[in-house]
Write a new protein. Structure first.
Length: 340
């Protein structure tokens, strides 16, 4: 019978890392402690541990990959119903957004979908986003509607400035309908210390009249200023009798039926699109006096402000169509969009 070798390693010793690996992990743990808990820069970590700056960076990175570091970002318990960072991040990832802001307030619970007061919470959040993003030399374009009126109301004084504010769509109606255009122009100009650029035309006109108006020097300059605006804010309209276009007599029930038959679910600036974001080539195309959807899509600072069940599909179509780089909405809209 062969006697056991007294120098053989036991299973527990075989499972232990070699001294060099242990030392590497010790250094990584020490580097992570200095960096994350003591608040040192990687250069200071390198000096403290006697290693190079690149080595310090690798040690910190290794601590994370080896599971030595666990980082948690958590809202305070008393604010979790107000701060919706999880939904915001999920929306950004799902719809390739630069930034999403989700408001705990419900638009539908606040009142009618065509009342700017219903969008007060969403408007304040959009105003905060706008003043953080806009720059002194920028032009801000907007489409009229209750959402942009709410944003204008929420703008703080002196928080930001820009060069000019311009209409993206015509607003003259055959009836005495308050679109809020003048209020948005005046309020934004005052709060942002900007010049105003009006588009003094109806939203829709005969095709021949549209061609003539686009040739006018004042109107063409306004349209060009809108098309090249660095930032744009807009809401969406549903294809229904509850839309502001119907209530303002810009379209009638016959036109709604035609648009519905063509698959339209929403509009921005009087230009309609389907749920997949494709533009509806309908009878209103040649009659619209507004910035084309392609120009909104090309804007790097486009902000969609929305909420309310009636506008969910319109919001989804706008996101599918790439019209918005940023989104501000209520929590019900956020959850619905994430479920799609």
């Amino acid at each position: 019978m062969t006697s056991p070798n007294p120098t053989a390693q036991t299973p527990s010793l075989i499972a232990s890392p070699p001294p060099s690996t242990t030392e590497d992990l010790r250094l990584a743990l020490r580097a992570a402690t200095l960096y994350y808990l003591d608040g040192m820069t990687q250069a200071e970590v390198a000096t403290r541990l006697g290693v190079s700056r690149p080595t310090a960076g690798r040690l910190v990175a290794r601590a994370r990959t080896q599971g030595l570091v666990r980082i948690e970002v958590q809202a305070p318990a008393h604010l979790r119903d107000s701060l919706r960072s999880d939904e915001e991040r999920a929306l950004e990832e799902k719809y390739s957004l630069v930034e999403a802001v989700v408001v705990a307030d419900s638009v539908d619970a606040a009142g009618s979908i065509d009342d700017h007061n219903s969008f007060a919470g969403v408007g304040r959040a959009a105003a905060s986003l706008l003043v953080r993003r806009i720059r002194e030399g920028d032009t801000l374009g907007f489409t009229w509607g209750p959402e942009t009126v709410a944003v204008a109301q929420g703008l703080p004084s002196g928080a930001a400035t820009c060069a000019s504010v311009v209409q993206l769509d015509g607003s003259v109606s055959a009836i005495n309908y308050q679109t809020g255009t003048e209020y948005v122009l005046g309020r934004c100009a005052e709060q942002l210390q900007a010049n105003t650029v009006r588009l003094p035309v109806p939203l829709y006109a005969d095709a021949s009249t549209v061609v003539s108006m686009r040739g006018d020097s004042v109107i063409s300059k306004a349209l060009e200023a809108g098309r090249t605006a660095e930032m744009m804010m807009f809401g969406t309209g549903a294809v229904s009798t509850s839309t502001t276009l119907f209530e303002g007599s810009f379209i009638d029930t016959d036109m709604l039926s035609v648009l519905t038959g063509l698959g339209a679910v929403g509009e921005v600036g009087g230009r309609f699109y389907r749920l997949d974001g494709t533009e509806v080539a309908g009878p209103l195309d040649e009659r619209a006096m507004s910035v084309p959807l392609d120009d909104i899509r090309a804007c790097g600072g486009s902000i969609l402000v929305t909420g309310g069940v009636a506008k969910h599909q319109a919001a989804l179509g706008a996101l599918h169509g790439g019209l918005a780089k940023m989104l501000v909405c209520d929590i019900e809209c956020a959850r619905w969009l994430l479920d799609q």
